[in-house]
Design a protein around this ligand. Structure first.
Ligand SMILES: C[S@@+](CC[C@H](N)C(=O)[O-])C[C@H]1O[C@@H](n2cnc3c(N)ncnc32)[C@H](O)[C@@H]1O
Length: 244
């Protein structure tokens, strides 16, 4: 993998060594200019993507920025709430496409239990670090089980799941969309890790399982994955297809 771990501050040597071991990458003491890298500073773990065309930083923080804002006003999360339907029960939700954990955090903040699985080891480490930093402020994180791996393989070992939530990578489009900033970066991370099966392969696998309910997030104009949708929840650019 074209990735190194950069030891920026000796204070975080132990944490960096653990992450480097997990990713099986080399530790360097000079800031890389050509290789993408991970590093720790006082704000936690961060990742810098470097290519010939662009470079970008990813540091996940649930307490500030757009995620912090969303979590402060979860009563506005009408679409995700609607996808779960009217229920007073605490649901066990399996998020098979954890990504930056944004959707899972909303489910957790609504009082549900979530198992979230991400195939990228880099994203998994970044999200895990963000969870550790935020757990005092966001006590609902105690109801999260974060897993790394291929979600349909991880799912087999889970019991009593009420809802499978899937937000696979959208097909690549040239035009920039609201999601494109982070989505392009996720795409670059997956390329770096040589992970290929990005789009609908994962959905097919879950349809073969004995599911109670699948919520599939799609671009608003995307073709139906399957004709037997039970209901849809539509936003401006996104829709949720719900299969029961
Ligand atoms: C569009 S992003 C999800 C964004 C996420 N819903 C959020 O709120 O941040 C899709 C993510 O699903 C992950 N993914 C796709 N297929 C997967 C699989 N089979 N197992 C685990 N993760 C998968 C990708 O690595 C990517 O991070």
């Amino acid at each position: 993998m074209n990735l190194v771990a950069y030891l920026q501050d000796n204070k975080y040597k132990h944490e960096l060594e653990e992450a480097a071991n997990y990713l099986n990458i080399e530790i360097v003491s000079e800031q890389p200019t050509k290789n993408s890298f991970i590093s720790y500073d006082k704000n936690g773990l961060y990742f810098i993507y470097i290519s010939s065309s662009y470079s970008k930083k990813l540091h996940i923080d649930f307490l500030s920025g757009s995620m912090g804002w969303r979590l402060k006003r979860t009563d506005h999360e009408k679409l995700l709430k609607k996808t779960l339907g009217k229920t007073k029960d605490i649901l066990n939700i399996f998020d098979g496409t954890a990504g930056l954990l944004s959707d899972s955090l909303i489910f957790l903040s609504l009082g549900h239990n979530v198992v979230a699985c991400e195939q990228s080891k880099i994203l998994f480490l970044l999200v895990k670090d963000a969870c550790n930093r935020a757990k005092t402020n966001l006590p609902f994180l105690a109801n999260l089980k974060l897993k790394q791996g291929n979600s349909h393989e991880v799912y087999i070992y889970e019991k009593d799941i009420d809802v499978i939530y899937l937000d696979p990578m959208y097909p690549k489009i040239k035009r920039n969309t609201l999601r494109s900033g982070n989505i392009n970066l996720i795409r670059s991370i997956l390329e770096l890790e040589e992970i290929k099966d990005l789009e609908e392969g994962i959905v097919k696998k879950f349809f073969e399982t004995d599911y109670k309910k699948i919520i599939l997030k799609r671009p608003i104009k995307a073709q139906k994955f399957c004709s037997n949708i039970n209901y849809q929840v539509k936003g401006k650019s996104t829709r949720f297809d719900i299969y029961i």
